[in-house]
Write a protein that binds this ligand. Structure first.
Ligand SMILES: Nc1ncnc2c1ncn2[C@@H]1O[C@H](COP(=O)(O)OP(=O)(O)OP(=O)(O)O)[C@@H](O)[C@H]1O
Length: 285
């Protein structure tokens, strides 16, 4: 994603005379950011996500800077006449991958979400949880610049939920933007760059400081150049830093972002030496 996606005075209503679901929405989504939308049932979160994803057009206002986008809908149409492998390969090819590269990406994403065993089972025969794995895999296949997730974690098993959190972290680390809605307030807690509340058709930025991540956290002990602070590419994921001796830091990071943090540390110039990685019982004491 190279520039901001902007919604300018966007409104959406269903039907010519229907009530306005959203009105006067001003929203900027910048490259590399994670944005959470929240709000009570029926306030228009899914409507806004569909507009952001380009699935639905605004009734008024305009959108600029639309990047290559992928979307996981609240209800995935699972009874498609494909196998997961065939569907993902087809989508990858539509997004410009060669057939071989699309097939490889399809296989890789189905494996990551634990769906490889039924890669060749007709999608209409999959359970709800299995088709949700296909729903999230289809969004990742073409490495989108904007990823829009509407309750995408719902129905996934614990491993696939964690994998989706990692995939989100990878996308934002690669410069893509991710916008999500999830009923679990602890989903990626402390990680979003911005959280907006949809209320009465409008958007409010939740300004209070995000709570420290309460989910599983990882403690990473690293040695860097004497006197140096952790590199900026890594710093955004860190929820606590403790310099235990000169040059040696203990970094706390949400488990979902530990892979991304480690990669940022190891690819920094000069690289940081990772001494140990382990779980934290309480993410913050
Ligand atoms: N296709 C549609 N046609 C007519 N009205 C719609 C349509 N989709 C949504 N609406 C209406 O728009 C309003 C907002 O719905 P939306 O699904 O965007 O809210 P939401 O915040 O995502 O709700 P939930 O949390 O229950 O999923 C609701 O009143 C809903 O009935």
């Amino acid at each position: 994603m190279e520039r901001d996606l902007r919604l300018v005075d966007v409104g959406r209503r269903y039907g010519l005379r229907g009530p306005w679901v959203l009105r006067g929405i001003e929203l900027t989504v910048s490259p590399g950011t994670l944005v959470r939308l929240e709000g009570a049932n029926g306030t228009g979160k899914s409507t806004l996500l569909r507009v952001l994803a380009g699935i639905d057009a605004p009734s008024e206002g305009r959108i600029t800077g639309r990047p290559r986008t992928a979307y996981v809908p609240e209800r995935f149409p699972s009874a498609l006449p494909f196998t997961p492998s065939g569907y993902l390969t087809h989508l990858g090819a539509v997004h410009g991958l060669s057939r071989a590269a699309a097939a490889r990406a399809a296989q890789q994403w189905l494996e990551r979400f634990g769906a490889a065993a039924y890669a060749r089972t007709p999608m209409a025969r999959l359970s709800k949880g299995s088709s949700q794995k296909v729903a999230v895999a289809q969004a990742m296949v073409a490495e989108p610049e904007l990823l829009v997730l509407d309750e995408a974690w719902t129905g996934l098993d614990a491993d696939a939920r964690a994998e989706l959190e990692r995939a989100v972290a990878e996308r934002t680390a690669a410069g893509a933007a991710v916008v999500f809605v999830d009923h679990d307030p602890r989903r990626l807690e402390g990680v979003p760059d911005a959280t907006y509340t949809v209320r009465d058709g409008a958007l409010g930025l939740r300004t209070e400081q995000a709570a420290p991540a309460a989910g599983p956290a990882v403690l990473v002990a690293v040695r860097g150049p004497a006197g140096a602070a952790p590199p900026v590419e890594a710093a955004r994921w860190i929820t606590a830093v403790d310099e235990v001796e000169p040059g040696v830091h203990r970094l706390t990071v949400p488990a979902s972002h530990s892979d991304v943090l480690l990669r940022a540390l190891l690819t920094a110039r000069p690289p940081w030496h990772v001494m140990s990685v382990g779980p934290v019982e309480e993410s913050r004491s």
